[in-house]
Each structure stands twice: as structure tokens, then as C-alpha cells.
Design a protein around this ligand. Structure first.
Ligand code: R5P
Length: 318
């Protein structure tokens, strides 16, 4: 007899990225679960799950992107509502894990908020977490529940593979991202260069130091996990131009695009900036240089496999 706890898959979403949740449902050919998620006049978030989820296998799709605290709180309250509605299992699907950059005590008297968020999710009642390209893979270890971390790299690299660019060099925009950039370079059969970046204080300013590797006369593809203010990648593009590259492209998983990042990008020497849709890219943030590729099939397939007890790792065995 089939385990009654997991016999039906249900997907719900808050206000973080309903379009992505709908696309995941399209991939899975199931309707999006009905729920009300809104704020009362007193700024309190309220949730009501509008269908029976007793013993169901529930997945809540919600990136903790801007407005980060509201989206996080919605997610926590949705988990609580599902738990109290007797869901069989609850998976928090967090395509972009906010607070991921606050992952270590690297100055006196600072928090490790990435860990605090993991504790909050678990305390609320999440049984599993599914995410895409964490800022640091070690964040998985902040959870005492199973975590599946997917990667958008195959989606981003396949896009560039199809362009058949000659003389390509993949550039890690800081040393921290160089291991993942190595994977990008391997997938594209291209060499790797690394830019040494330094952050100045706790504000968002960065300074580019050195370009390590041979880039002169080549087409550079810069790689990073996220674009926030845009400072890192725009400075990187400028450094690469100073070092004689012919053309610069960019690929990044998470398009936070805060403040005037879209304008910075538009004015930069990038030919094209390719991102995924782990975070919504609103029409105001779009410009002729930004291409958005969807992670909905990636998430949909992972959800299907988790639901059926199949390997998620097999999705990445090429
Ligand atoms: C930093 O460690 C990250 O990998 C990114 O480089 C950073 O978040 C990008 O931020 P911004 O766009 O503000 O320079």
C-alpha cells in the first residue's frame, strides 16, 4: 500500500515569486495550491491554506529575496499553517536563500544570520529544504533537516555553449567563487582567470585588485553567485577591459539587482548579462542587456524526485 503521508503532492506560494511557483506547477502539470497570504492593516502577515492538506506532501515555493524580512516571515507563517493543518511533510523551497552572506563570525560581535534563519525554518516545522546555489555550500550544515542544493550552472552554461564563442575565458570575479567558476570553465572547455577583489568595510563598496590569468584579446565570461548593487561585476568588466579583453559577458544565478544596479549594468561594457529567475526580475529592472533563464524545470524535476524518493543527484550526472 502506498504511504498515505506522501501520496499527493501540493505546491503553495507566498508573495515572494508566484510566477516561478506557477511555472513549477506547469512543469509538474498540477494546479497551484490555493492559499491567502496577506497583511492586515496592523502590518501582521496572515495566511490561510484554502484546501485540505492532511497527510499531503507539501512544498512551499518562496525565495527570501526583497522584501527579505516580509518574504521570510510569510514563509515561516505558511509552514506553521501547513503544520497545524496536519500536512504529512513540509519542504521549504527557497530558490534564493536570503541572509546567506551572513554565514560566519568574521568580526567581533556580529551574528550568523544564515544559521538563525535555518533554526527559524526548522522551529516553524519545515521537514526539508530545497534551494539553488547557496552563497556558501556549508550553509547546508546549519540545518538538522535534509537539504538539497541544486545548481543553475548547467542552465547558464548551456546558454553560452550554444553561442559557440571563440577565445572564451571564464573569469571568477573573486577568489571565493573560483571553485564554482572552475566548474563553469570545465563545462565550456575554456580556461579560467580570477580577479582578486577586496570589500571595503561593511558597506557595499568593492575594490578590484589583480587579474590572475591570461585574458588579453579574449572574450571574457564573468561568473558570480549574485548581483546585488552590481559593483562587483561592473568593476570586474572594467578591469577586464583595462587588461585588453575584446568583449565581456556575465552569468550569475541570483539577480538581486538592488538600487541602480540595472542602470549600472546598462551603462557598463557588458554585451549581455545572463541570470536565472530564482528572484523575480521586474519589468523596471529589465534592460536590453539582461537575459533571464528559468529554473522552474530544475525545481519541478527536483520536487518530483523528492516526492517519489528518487535521486536528485542524478539530475546533475552528465
Ligand atoms: C560576494 O561575496 C558575492 O559572491 C557577490 O560577489 C556579491 O554579493 C555581489 O554584490 P555586489 O553586486 O553588491 O557587488
Amino acid at each position: 500500500m502506498m504511504n498515505p503521508v506522501l501520496d499527493e503532492l501540493k505546491i503553495f506560494t507566498g508573495n515572494g515569486h508566484p510566477d516561478l511557483a506557477r511555472s513549477v506547477c506547469e512543469y509538474l502539470e498540477i494546479p497551484l495550491g490555493e492559499a491567502e497570504v496577506f497583511k492586515f492593516a496592523n502590518d501582521n502577515t496572515f495566511v490561510r491554506i484554502k484546501e485540505n492538506i492532511r497527510q499531503r506532501d507539501v512544498f512551499i515555493v518562496q525565495p527570501t529575496c526583497y522584501p527579505v524580512n516580509d518574504n521570510l516571515m510569510e514563509l515561516l507563517i505558511m509552514i506553521d499553517a501547513c503544520k497545524r493543518a496536519s500536512a504529512g511533510r513540509i519542504t521549504a523551497v527557497i530558490p534564493y536563500y536570503g541572509y546567506g552572506r551572513t554565514d560566519k563570525k568574521d568580526q567581533p560581535r556580529v551574528p550568523i544570520t544564515a544559521r538563525l534563519v535555518a533554526d527559524l525554518l526548522t522551529a516553524a516545522g519545515a521537514d526539508r529544504m530545497l534551494t539553488v546555489d547557496l552563497h556558501a555550500g556549508q550553509i547546508q550544515g546549519f540545518f538538522n533537516i535534509p537539504v538539497d542544493e541544486l545548481t543553475a550552472l548547467p542552465i547558464l552554461t548551456d546558454y553560452f555553449k550554444a553561442k559557440e564563442i571563440d577565445d572564451l575565458v571564464v573569469v571568477a570575479v573573486d577568489i571565493g567563487i573560483s571553485k564554482k567558476a572552475r566548474d563553469v570553465a570545465d563545462r565550456l572547455h575554456a580556461p579560467l582567470a580570477i580577479i582578486e577583489k577586496r570589500r571595503i568595510g561593511n558597506d557595499e563598496k568593492t575594490e578590484m585588485m589583480n587579474v590572475i590569468g591570461d585574458v588579453e584579446g579574449k572574450v571574457a565570461l564573468t561568473f558570480d553567485d549574485e548581483i546585488a548593487t552590481g559593483g562587483t561585476i561592473v568593476n570586474a568588466a572594467q578591469s577586464l577591459a583595462d587588461h585588453g579583453v575584446k568583449e565581456v559577458y556575465c552569468c550569475v544565478t541570483h539577480p538581486i539587482l538592488s538600487g541602480n544596479a540595472p542602470q549600472l549594468m546598462a551603462a557598463s561594457n557588458f554585451t549581455e548579462v545572463v541570470v536565472s529567475d530564482t528572484i523575480p526580475v521586474t519589468p523596471e529592472k529589465r534592460n536590453g542587456k539582461i537575459t533571464v533563464l528559468s529554473v522552474a524545470p530544475l525545481l519541478g524535476e527536483a520536487i518530483y524526485r523528492i516526492h517519489k524518493g528518487l535521486s536528485v543527484g542524478d539530475m546533475f550526472n552528465t
